[in-house]
Design a protein around this ligand. Sequence first.
Ligand code: TYM
Length: 332
Amino acid sequence: MEGNKKVIFSGIQPSGDLTLGNYLGAIKNWVKLQEEYECYFCVVDLHAITVKQEPKDLRRRTLEMLAIYLASGIDPEKNTMFIQSHVPAHSEAAWLLTCSTYMGELSRMTQYKEKSKNSGGNISAGLFNYPVLMAADILLYQTDLVPVGKDQQQHLEIARDIGERFNRLYSDTFVIPEPYIAKLGAKIMDLQEPNKKMSKSGENVNGFILIMDPPEVIRKKVNRAVTDSLGVVAYNEQQLGVKNLMTILTTITGISIEEIEEKYKGLGYSQFKKDVAEAIVAELEPIQKKIVEYTANKAYLEGIYKKGSEKANYVANKTLRKMQKKIGFIPR
Ligand code: TYM
């Protein structure tokens, strides 16, 4: 470990195309935090298979995700980037933690409840156990801080509970992690239904912006974004569509909400929407070019995830061995 830097762990599922929500809620913060912390950024392919994945798409998306991390500015020299399934300790630790996790607490997870509601009863045990695997991800690295979007807050709370319980049962083993959820941008909303979070599984394609959407598509989607008839660029709960566009603009440009309100006073929505679209395009266009370059360079990506998994395996195994020993397994 490098010096006394605190540890960050975070990950994204390679289960669909990444949205502007994932980028602003997670990756953009990682980029900011990477200097100050020792960071592990994982592509969580084990999580992705909680719902059926087409093998060739999973392979492509896993590498693409790594390319997105790099293209967004995560420095491979300073951070550990790896693929979750390359570190078997995640699956093993998840089992050990499963045995001290309660069905009751897992059934209270909002994301599980929502997903099972629409499943017609055919929901995998993996989707139910998913938060335990996430707890394993985090706890194995003695993580201090987990930068995620708001939708992961509950999963982080249960990760803390699981870690605390293990510490109580078997003596201190894990650092108990804190969430890092930004004040603005932690929940980017759907452009068509601004009371719902923007999601890669959203039904209406105009509701989400994908990281790889070409500029003209971004412009079209922002232009069609639902607003209201008040015609005032203001940040409040009555104008969820406008509020969301303001959030996007402020997280990308750093211009404050007050400055945005001031700038568009009396101007209506047309120029405001144009500026939001241009800000997104200016942010994503250079990243898109790099994603294409990195994706084409398989050997480079392989070098990164191999080096990453070496380090991750080393650190994760150390914690796993502690867990096994405390539980009472015979050392190998
Ligand atoms: P995932 O893959 O669904 O999402 C990746 C990250 O994007 C954030 N996010 C958003 N942020 C703002 N606005 C939105 N509309 C939005 N949608 C998604 C998510 O909060 C997340 O930070 N279980 C996790 C992956 C995971 C993980 C971990 C994260 C597995 N193990 C350990 C942290 C630590 C997930 O499914 O994220």
